[in-house]
Write a new protein. Structure first.
Length: 383
């Protein structure tokens, strides 16, 4: 990342790592804070990769129109790219998406097309995708009929080969900062962040254990379909997990299902106990990681990708009334998360937990590796 730039997309990447937990056997859990990207989300990486690919293949030219079905974070990334490069962008959305995501897209000039009325806040992934595809096809057909070359591109994130490619550099960043990754845990929606990162590591000769996380009610890993409130992750009934998930699902050591109650408890406790604001799907991944800390081989370096920040969810996950209306508040689960955080709080020297004074428990930030080490003088380094 340059020190001074004139483009927002130059600010993508080089996100820090936060050491959240450690065991007495030397296993350490790091959070890759992708919420530090522009738009506060990892998905801007793949949004840029999809548009770069479309431009390179001549599918999108100056003045073109981008269309995508989105629950928010992909749309936010595409909104930045469109604003920066002068494209029109239409996001096909539903009212399940967080209002702050919708308002932010609109603020950046995005046209929002809703597939449901304002009183319907159910997840409508399949309907969104069908409408987005039909809009793009109709617009291309109209251009051909008028004797013009089409300049409309449906990014179709679930089936776009450039999606996972957008996360290759994330793998490079992890290896530059940590040296190795033994286990990788991430929420699975399109599958791009988990499998794209894993593909790059595999190309480099590494085979981290992969744990995919989806909400209870999502169908990508099998099981019964049902409603869920975790945003931007999972595959609801009637939707297709997409190409990346279909190709790489067998790479998983475990497909973990985490309930909304568990995911949101982790999200809320991290905010109140540590001051770290993360999104609900990231809470699900962190819950799964903490719940398995003693199962990882001794000395493992474990990474959880934090897909987005919690500031977008002040009206939902962090709102007691919204949570109560949906029966998602569970003090017992929040206590469980708090106890796991206490039990695995990192301690200098990895002395036995009982011998570590409470004041010695500490969380660590690892600044990204940089060609000019002096620029980060005084920053923490991986131990």
């Amino acid at each position: 990342m340059p020190v001074v730039t004139t483009r927002v997309t130059d600010l993508i990447g080089r996100t820090p790592l936060f050491e959240l937990a450690a065991t007495d056997t030397g296993t350490r859990l790091f959070l890759k804070l992708e919420n530090m990207n522009p738009t506060g989300a990892a998905k801007i990486r793949m949004a840029k990769a999809m548009i770069d690919d479309a431009e390179a293949r001549g599918l999108l030219r100056p003045g073109g129109h981008i269309i995508e079905s989105t629950s928010g974070n992909t749309g936010l990334g595409l909104a930045v790219i469109a604003a920066e490069r002068g494209y029109r962008f239409t996001a096909v959305v539903d009212h399940h998406a967080c209002r702050d995501k919708l308002r932010t897209m609109k603020a950046m000039g995005t046209e929002l097309i809703f597939v449901s009325g304002g009183d319907d806040d159910s997840l409508s992934t399949s309907a969104r995708e069908k409408l987005a595809e039909r809009m793009a096809l109709d617009e291309c057909a109209a251009a051909l009929q008028a004797g013009r070359e089409p300049n409309t591109y449906f990014t179709e994130q679930h089936n776009n080969d450039a999606n996972p490619l957008g996360y290759y550099v994330l793998a490079d960043e992890l290896l530059a900062d940590l040296g190795r990754v033994d286990a990788l845990i991430s929420a699975v929606g399109t599958g791009g962040s988990l499998f794209g990162t894993a593909r790059r590591m595999r190309d480099l000769g590494l085979e981290p254990l992969l744990y995919g996380v989806e909400p209870v009610g999502s169908i990508a890993f099998g099981g019964s379909a049902g409603p869920y409130w975790q945003s931007g992750t999972g595959t609801p009934e009637g939707a297709d997990p997409g190409k990346t998930v279909a190709e790489d699902l067998s790479m998983l050591k475990e497909g973990v299902k985490v309930s909304d109650v568990e995911a949101f408890a982790a999200t809320r406790v991290l905010a109140t106990k540590i001051g770290l604001m993360i999104g609900g799907s990231a809470g699900g991944s962190i819950f799964a990681a903490l719940d398995r800390m003693d199962e990882f081989p001794a000395g493992s370096t474990v990474v959880t990708i934090v897909g987005d920040g919690g500031e977008k969810y002040l009206d939902t996950v962090f709102d007691d009334f919204w949570m109560s209306e949906r029966n998602l508040l569970d003090p017992a689960t929040e206590v469980k998360v708090a106890e796991m955080l206490d039990r695995y709080a990192p301690a200098r020297g990895y002395r036995p937990r009982a011998a570590t004074p409470p004041a010695e428990a500490t969380h660590t930030i690892l600044v990204p590796a940089h060609a000019d080490a002096a620029a980060y003088a005084g920053g923490a380094t991986a131990k």
